[in-house]
Design a protein around this ligand. Structure first.
Ligand SMILES: [Zn+2]
Length: 150
């Protein structure tokens, strides 16, 4: 499929460091739509929707906020914490609204495995099905995420 000028602009913006340092794409050579398609296919194979996943991420962040930077128990298997950072991020699509720069870390207590996300990650997954490109700082593998948060 021939890509529209708009989608080419989006791709360019996502690869630049204009909105976040290092950009959203890492060293992923695929187009943003290829990345979204593949991650959506993976997620549905696992039996989850982006809504379901994003809601759970938000829920974990909301629980963790109360710890003010320390670990908070989410359930028997999991802890989470939120690190606040100054500033806000915008959605590259674009979307109105600003997203706090805070980062949530979830940890499986037994194995010490962790995954991190920002508030913008939650929005990108919920609204755009975008888990970021491979090699980007906040790339989240759908499979790892599902395993860690559910
Ligand atoms: Zn958006």
């Amino acid at each position: 499929m021939k890509e529209s000028p708009q989608s080419q602009n989006l791709d360019k913006l996502l690869r630049s460091s204009k909105l976040v340092s290092g950009g959203f794409m890492g060293d992923d050579a695929r187009s943003v739509y290829e990345i979204v398609d593949e991650d959506m296919a993976e997620l549905s194979k696992l039996g989850f929707t982006t809504k379901h996943v994003a809601e759970r991420m938000q829920q974990i962040t909301n629980i963790a906020v109360s710890g003010l930077g320390t670990w908070v128990k989410v359930d028997q298997q999991r802890q989470a914490k939120v690190d606040e950072a100054k500033g806000r991020l915008v959605c590259p699509w674009p979307h109105p609204g600003r997203f706090d720069k805070r980062v949530t870390t979830i940890r499986i207590t037994e194995t010490d495995e962790t995954i991190q996300w920002s508030d913008l990650n939650i929005h990108l997954i919920a609204e755009h099905g975008f888990f970021e490109g491979r090699g980007s700082k906040f790339r989240i593998e759908p499979k790892e995420l599902v395993k860690t948060i559910f």
